[in-house]
Design a protein around this ligand. Structure first.
Ligand SMILES: C[S@@+](CC[C@H](N)C(=O)[O-])C[C@H]1O[C@@H](n2cnc3c(N)ncnc32)[C@H](O)[C@@H]1O
Length: 301
């Protein structure tokens, strides 16, 4: 998590989040845009789920009980979407700004499990047209708010997704995509024929940390990949509790994620690996995942 202090970029101690659980925070990132020499300032705010920690002037009412608790799509796993920029999202956000990870300007991106939306908004700053997706309560709260907070007006480019706003050199919009439900035919409303299969790239961070999420996530992502989306850039922050994947409890081991994608007919390649700063001994991986048939086609051409 990066914040700006005294005009400098500072890494906030992640212990802060361990201490207070959840608190309203704004993360600020300076992102170099697709047009040389232009830097975009991005602000991503997470939601206060612990009223006692509400900052003064917070947009969230300190006495508010979580209003989405009984909504469709609200689960404990979904509640993590409101909370913060997770460590894997920091890693993916940084990767997307490197030579190796930078997306081509103008590409159409779908972010899965966007949470507060840091990765998708950073990709948008760099020139991508991004649809940030998550379960409905997250999309209609933090995703909507963080797009609005960074919006520079309506996006008019042909490649922009429906209802998108200009963000940095690209654009961002939102859509509901719950991995436990079929991929919606009309994610942007009944009157719009755009499909999530129109994406060039999927991105996702910290979406498969729970074992129960691996199957629905892999099913959704691999269906999109086999349906024509070029690749998934996936950041996995391993939270498993044992080196033996079979003996860990709720948390998935990274090898389980790779195996699930391979079984689903995808090819997984490691692009980047680094140590977790929050959890000694744990690693963070960035993978490229493609449908096996697509990869063969790409390599033949
Ligand atoms: C740990 S958070 C990561 C959020 C963000 N990508 C980040 O790294 O900061 C996991 C995200 O997965 C989303 N999620 C959980 N279950 C989901 C489901 N069934 N369908 C879609 N998204 C889901 C949550 O709402 C949450 O935003």
């Amino acid at each position: 998590m990066f914040v700006e202090r005294d005009g400098r970029w500072t890494r906030t101690p992640s212990e802060h989040f361990k201490d207070c659980g959840y608190c309203t925070k704004t993360t600020i990132a300076d992102v170099r845009g697709a047009i040389e020499g232009r830097t975009h300032r991005l602000a991503v705010t997470s939601k206060d789920l612990n009223p006692e920690d509400a900052d003064e002037g917070s947009a969230v009412d300190a006495t508010e009980v979580d209003p989405y608790f009984f909504d469709d799509g609200y689960t404990l796993a979904a509640a993590t979407g409101f909370a913060r920029v997770w460590e894997g999202a920091e890693t993916l956000s940084r990767f997307l700004q490197t030579e190796k990870g930078r997306l081509d300007p103008g590409v159409r991106v779908v972010e899965l499990g966007a949470g507060v939306g840091a990765c998708g908004l950073i990709a948008a700053c760099g020139g991508a047209h991004v649809a940030l997706t998550d379960v409905a309560p997250v999309v209609e709260d933090v995703v909507r708010r963080n797009i609005a907070q960074n919006a520079l007006g309506e996006a008019t480019e042909r490649a922009a997704w429906p209802n998108a706003f200009r963000v940095g050199c690209g654009s961002a919009t939102r859509a509901t995509l719950d991995w436990t439900s079929p991929i919606p035919d009309r994610p942007f409303g009944a009157l719009d024929a755009s499909s999530l299969y129109d994406a060039d790239v999927l991105i996702a961070a910290e979406c498969v940390w729970l074992r129960d999420l691996v199957a629905p996530f892999v099913d959704t992502a691999s269906t999109l990949l086999k349906g024509g989306v070029g690749k998934l850039i996936l950041c996995v922050r391993d939270r498993s509790t044992s080196d033996d994947p079979a003996s860990g409890k709720a948390f998935a081991h990274t090898s389980e994620v790779i195996r699930a994608f391979t079984t689903a007919g995808c090819v997984v390649e490691e692009l980047h690996r680094e140590d977790s700063r929050e959890d000694f001994g744990k690693e963070i991986f960035i993978f490229s995942v493609r449908a096996a048939a697509r990869r063969e086609r790409d390599e033949a051409s």
